[in-house]
Design a protein around this ligand. Structure first.
Ligand SMILES: Nc1nc2c(ncn2[C@@H]2O[C@H](COP(=O)(O)OP(=O)(O)OP(=O)(O)O)[C@@H](O)[C@H]2O)c(=O)[nH]1
Ligand SMILES: [Mg+2]
Length: 201
């Protein structure tokens, strides 16, 4: 898919205040610092569109971007950030889960995991929770530029094995690097395909 325009629309702490749910929407989620905002910048060919940082906890709101005047990309805060109080963490989690469970035009969720790490319980539990809530999701491995092809393959296989213990059908997986723009075309193609088969054309 060709990206003709990518515009920031608004930031919200409540899903009720998000833009009217009349367009196909795709959200990016994962642990703090996994590379959600960086991937959104890579996908939209727009450096600095989503704010990134070396320090975890950068994105703190639900951020909507309008792409090609047609569909929304959504950058979300990370989950599981350990360095904030339990109270603040719970507030973030409520905001994220309310959005995920109630946003009616959310067509698909892209769950990001750092390809360098073994499957973490927090990520596997999150995927299981999304599966139980029947929220369609894909798994996106980030920072593939940090590993060799052999290591990449091993990481993916380990994930498939772990998810296979719970789910008969494995989610589609993408290997990406925001730095090298790896996996960009594949994700954009998946979005185009999903829009075609969605009620939002
Ligand atoms: N090498 C490499 N570094 C990356 C890649 N993607 C992101 N990073 C780095 O990882 C750090 C975090 O990136 P962000 O995009 O801000 O991560 P995030 O998931 O949005 O983080 P929060 O908003 O804090 O939840 C930054 O220092 C990025 O430069 C990648 O593909 N390769
Ligand atoms: Mg971010």
């Amino acid at each position: 898919m060709e990206i003709k325009s990518a515009k920031f629309v608004m930031s919200n702490s409540e899903y009720q205040k998000c833009p009217p749910p009349h367009r196909a929407e795709f959200a990016f989620i994962g642990r703090s610092n996994v590379g959600k905002s960086s991937l959104i910048n890579s996908l939209t060919f727009t450096k600095g569109l989503a704010k990134t940082s070396q320090t975890p906890g950068k994105t703190q709101l639900i951020n909507h971007f309008l792409i090609n005047d047609r569909w929304f990309l959504v950058d979300l805060p990370g989950y599981g950030y350990a360095k904030v109080s339990k109270e603040i963490r719970q507030k973030f989690e409520k905001m994220i889960f309310d959005y995920l469970l109630k946003r009616e035009n959310l067509v698909c969720l892209y769950i990001l995991v750092d390809i360098r790490h073994k499957p973490q319980p927090i990520d596997v539990e999150f995927m299981n929770r999304m599966g139980e809530a029947q929220i369609p999701f894909y798994v996106v491995f980030t920072k593939a530029d940090k590993l060799s092809n052999k290591q990449i393959q091993e990481s993916v296989e380990t994930y498939q094995q772990i998810l296979g213990e719970t789910w008969e059908e494995l989610p589609e997986m993408f290997i990406t690097s925001a730095e090298k723009h790896l996996g960009r075309e594949e994700i954009l193609q998946s979005i185009e395909d999903l829009i075609k088969s969605s009620p939002y054309k």
